[in-house]
Design a protein. Structure first.
Length: 208
């Protein structure tokens, strides 16, 4: 019974304690870092970024993602798209997109997993900085500037993650996800940053 009591206490208090911890950390991040961010200097010299998109059955969303990345104002960039053995029309859609935009297209006939696809594309990257993007993601035009500038500000930085936001907020699920991403995921990432590290990074990495 003692074990059950302690376990139930842990399950009750752990989320509460961690919620307070993440909230305080996020507030510190806002006042000490986020609030002091300055406007983007577009004339500043920056290294190029390789954007990598791994696709598996993403025929309905990949067009918007490729179009978005191709039209970003960031001057030095390349795009590598990997079709990871999709069973829908993803490959055909990407072949048509290649007629409109310039990007490397890797067509894997068998699904080998997202990690393998990203590692394969990373070996073909032209630039030292890599930004991994989901096949249903739209990137804010300012995001690459802000993200790569962190590498110049903090010399010991190894990776940067973005601030994900939900586009479709009309449905109830969309509204719930908006709250989740803003208050939970965003808050946790900000609080972890105050420790000098984050547990997971889903966007930009330095590979040199």
């Amino acid at each position: 019974m003692q074990i059950i009591y302690h376990l139930s206490s842990f399950l009750l208090y752990y989320p509460l304690v961690m919620s307070v911890f993440w909230l305080i950390g996020a507030l510190f991040y806002y006042f000490l870092i986020e609030r002091k961010q300055t406007a983007i200097d577009y004339n500043k010299q920056r290294e190029g970024i390789t954007f990598i998109v791994s696709c598996f059955n993403e025929a309905e969303t990949i067009t918007a993602t490729v179009t978005n990345i191709s039209k970003l104002s960031y001057p030095q960039k390349e795009l590598i798209v990997i079709n990871d053995g999709s069973q829908d029309d993803t490959a055909d859609v990407l072949l048509k997109l290649k007629e409109l935009y310039s990007f490397q297209f890797i067509d894997l006939k068998q699904n080998q997993g997202k990690a393998n696809a990203l590692n394969l594309a990373a070996k073909k990257a032209r630039y030292n900085y890599i930004m991994c993007v989901d096949a249903d993601t739209i990137i804010n035009d300012l995001a690459p500037y802000y993200m790569i500038d962190n590498f110049y500000t903090y010399e010991n930085l190894g990776a940067v993650t973005g601030n994900p936001r939900i586009q479709n907020k009309k449905s109830l699920l969309g509204k719930i996800q908006t709250v989740e991403f803003a208050s939970i995921i965003g808050g946790i990432k900000r609080a972890q940053s105050m420790n000098g590290y984050i547990n997971t990074s889903s966007f930009a990495h330095q590979i040199r």
